[in-house]
Ligand binder design. Structure first.
Ligand code: IPE
Ligand code: IPE
Ligand code: MG
Length: 246
């Protein structure tokens, strides 16, 4: 399916809500962590798929602020899985030209996770093919409030004029400041909601919902989503005829 993708219309940034690990496991009579473990293979597939398709930025929603409210054994299991996965995958990421970034309230993560992430980010810092942005202990409301506080402090200190606050200034205070806004947001497993993910950045993104559970998601599913995106008309408030003027 990769050959069907129009190379001229590749999204610069794809964001994914990796959902359905728990349901996938339940369908197999296994516990939820089994689903999360299998989700790692899908992450590998999608990262490779993005490199092959020439996508430059991929944000994966791996753990939300609200996910801290899950049962303790699931939270601990997810944190351990994160550490072991990063440790195992860092070399491969590096070889594939992937650079790792993390967004979210990182202070709330266990120290072992932060150390592993720091090492992997340092190891991949020079890579240029794909920016892989992990949203960890992330919530968009949290991020927007943090940005607002930083901007308010600058105005108070006289470093920024209230009248100069615009979209560009606001964006530069978000944790995604270094990346373009996602043009395509994919959510697996049939839920039609955003769940506190990139609320500001997704303002004009095309949303793609699929019933496929995350552990079943493969490159072909990614390419199908990209093809679907390429067949949409993005009007940005204009009318169709205006888009076709030279
Ligand atoms: C997504 O799968 C992974 C995380 C939120 C960490 P879920 O664990 O939400 O799976 P479902 O939605 O319960 O099936
Ligand atoms: C969203 O999935 C968060 C991640 C995929 C990390 P959830 O499964 O937590 O979302 P809700 O609670 O069903 O909306
Ligand atoms: Mg879920």
């Amino acid at each position: 399916m990769l050959h069907l993708i129009n190379k001229e219309k590749i999204p610069q940034h794809i964001a994914i809500i990796m959902d359905g690990n728990g349901r996938w496991a339940k369908e197999r009579g296994k516990d939820r962590l089994f689903g999360h473990q299998h989700g790692v293979l899908s992450v590998r597939e999608v990262v490779e798929g993005c490199v092959e398709a020439g996508i430059k930025n991929l944000t994966l929603y791996a753990f939300s602020t609200e996910n801290w409210n899950r049962p303790e054994n699931e939270v601990n299991g997810l944190m351990e899985l994160l550490v072991t996965t990063i440790r195992k995958e860092a070399e491969t990421l590096s070889k594939n030209g992937v650079r790792l970034f993390v967004i979210g309230d990182l202070d709330s993560l266990p120290l072992a996770c932060r150390q592993e992430l720091d090492e992997a980010m340092a190891l991949t810092a020079e890579n240029k093919s794909l920016n892989l942005i992990l949203a960890l202990s992330y919530s968009s409301k949290w991020e927007i409030l943090e940005a607002t506080k930083k901007i308010a402090a600058k105005v108070k200190a006289g470093e920024l004029l209230e009248g100069d606050i615009n979209d560009e200034v606001f964006k530069s205070h978000l944790s995604t400041a270094a990346f373009p806004d996602p043009e395509l947001m994919i959510r697996t497993s049939g839920e039609n909601r955003i769940s506190n993910f990139l609320l500001y950045q997704l303002a004009y993104a095309e949303l793609y919902f699929t019933h496929t559970h995350w552990p079943d998601f493969r490159k072909e599913n990614l390419y199908e989503a990209i093809l679907n995106y390429q067949n949409r008309e993005r009007r940005f408030g204009k009318i169709s005829e205006q888009l076709h003027l030279a």
